[in-house]
Design a protein around this ligand. Structure first.
Ligand SMILES: [Fe+2]
Length: 478
């Protein structure tokens, strides 16, 4: 006889399903011998808690034309990179894989297609691993949570991570679910936006993030906004140095002025930095390109920017100083932008830390350990949780969450296949994070207009369903 234990996280999931009038799906997973053939000998070993049996999915389910649940893809639960190698399995569709860790990959598709995303679910069961190295690593990465999927039209869906606290509650956008029911969530800690490149930011992203009646910022009311690659520096991008036709086009359309590009970017930040909210501008490679321009460019051949160049040069020389390890000078972009940025806009220096609820926000993502090229993978190994930008791709590897970008296809992409996504990382009031992907100017369906549930009825019903009986689930015949 095995005891069935209903945990509060499961009750919170039942409450969420009830609140959203959603179908709950549980993908069964095996920890040991995940790929072994099922035989009668397994009868005594393969069982699931009775509470989850009505929701088990052991095959593939198409949620719409673009999204599949891969209910029968058993991945070793101690696997460190559960999504690696699965990119092509779902062809052009996104896929959901049952796994106890939290993972997300964006897969390159033709530019005209919606992003293709591969995701793990997290687990609704408590940690139960061996005392081996793999077991301990699996236990470390074990994530109590789920995914919420909203099917919009045939080729559009919205998906968000639900990560549970130790108390068993979780937040989805503006609602917190507990074993008791649903209640309004407290204001979120932050939104870390996909790289801005302000000159090229998409109107659809502005709408979904800031201006729509149910925009992300209006809905979750974050205390902090984090900005990556705020400036594109297209006006004097060093890649255009020997590209006469691009230089001609920039002259033709009057977009060569560095001062204008910087001011436009900071005006945009100011506009969306309200008195109740702080903005943090993360030191990013495109922002720092202005310092490189100051070192390399010749103002005598650039009348459009000569005066701004010389102003920057003056401020840089005025600030030049000895440090313990060499010399330094103020970043010309930061020293100019600070003059007209709002007081509640903070500029982080390279390497400067900014931590919210144990998540480090100080890395843009371009620089990795020991000066290597930064990636989501190498920044996932720091031993601290990180939210970063730079890769323009929504991605989760263990504790490292990467936002995407806020622009459309950029000049240097040349129309090739792209894994880039319009996406932001949010951190809720409970410290848990989720990636929000914007498609066609929306990141979620219309929110339910219904009273919150606080009676505890859902919890009572769920407890009544629990059982101490052994449960055996036979797989479907091959
Ligand atoms: Fe960027």
């Amino acid at each position: 006889m095995r005891n069935s234990v209903i945990c509060v996280r499961w009750l919170s999931l039942l409450c969420a399903a009830k609140y959203y009038e959603a179908e709950l799906v549980v993908i069964p997973g095996r920890y040991k011998n995940p790929t072994s053939q099922w035989t009668q000998n397994n009868k005594d070993h393969e069982w699931w808690d009775e509470a989850v049996v009505p929701y088990l999915c052991n095959g593939w389910i198409a949620l719409n034309e673009r999204l599949l649940i891969l209910g029968d893809v058993k991945v070793q639960w101690a696997a460190r990179q559960p999504l690696v190698g699965l990119d092509a399995l779902t062809k052009d569709k996104s896929g959901i894989v049952g796994h106890g860790s939290r993972g997300m990959r964006s897969v390159a598709t033709p530019q005209h297609k919606h992003p293709k995303i591969m995701m793990t679910t997290g687990a609704c069961t408590v940690r139960n691993y061996t005392d081996t190295k793999q077991g301990k690593l699996g236990k470390f990465a074990h994530c109590l949570g789920a995914l919420i999927v909203e099917v919009d039209v045939d080729d559009v869906f919205h998906i968000r991570q639900l990560n549970a606290t130790k108390q068993g509650s979780f937040i989805d956008l503006d609602v917190e679910f507990t074993s008791e029911g649903a209640r309004p969530a407290k204001p979120a800690l932050s939104v870390s936006m996909g790289d801005i490149h302000q000159r090229w930011i998409l109107p659809d992203v502005i709408k979904a993030t800031f201006t729509a009646p149910d925009s992300l910022v209006k809905m979750i009311n974050p205390r902090y906004l984090f900005w990556h690659d705020t400036v594109d520096f297209h006006s004097r991008n060093h890649h255009h140095q020997d590209d006469w036709i691009t230089k001609f086009a920039k002259w033709k359309y009057g977009i060569e002025c560095v001062r204008t590009e910087v001011e436009d970017a900071i005006r945009f930040v100011n506009k969306h930095t309200t008195n109740e909210r702080k903005s943090v501008i993360v030191s990013s490679n495109h922002d720092r390109a202005i310092a490189r321009w100051l070192k390399d460019a010749d103002f005598r051949h650039d009348p459009v920017n000569a005066q701004f160049y010389l102003e920057c040069a003056y401020r840089a020389t005025e600030s030049a100083r000895l440090t313990d390890g060499g010399v330094a000078f103020d970043d010309p972009y930061v020293s100019y932008a600070q003059m007209f940025a709002k007081p509640n806009v903070q500029f982080l220096k390279p390497g400067e830390s900014k931590v919210l609820a144990q998540v480090e926000y100080g890395f843009h993502g371009d620089i990795g350990p020991n000066g290597s090229r930064g990636t989501t993978k190498n920044l996932s190994k720091l031993g601290v949780k990180v939210t970063k930008g730079h890769s323009h791709t929504a991605e989760i590897i263990d504790g490292c969450y990467s936002a995407g970008k806020s622009t459309g296809m950029l000049e240097y992409e040349h129309g090739g296949p792209s894994s880039h996504t319009n996406s932001h990382v949010v951190q809720y009031a409970n410290g848990k994070r989720a990636i929000i992907i914007i498609i066609n100017g929306r990141y979620c369906l219309k929110r339910p207009k219904k009273p919150f549930m606080t009676s505890g009825d859902e919890a009572e019903k769920a407890v009544a369903q629990s059982s101490t009986d052994e449960v055996i689930v036979e797989p479907k015949p091959e």
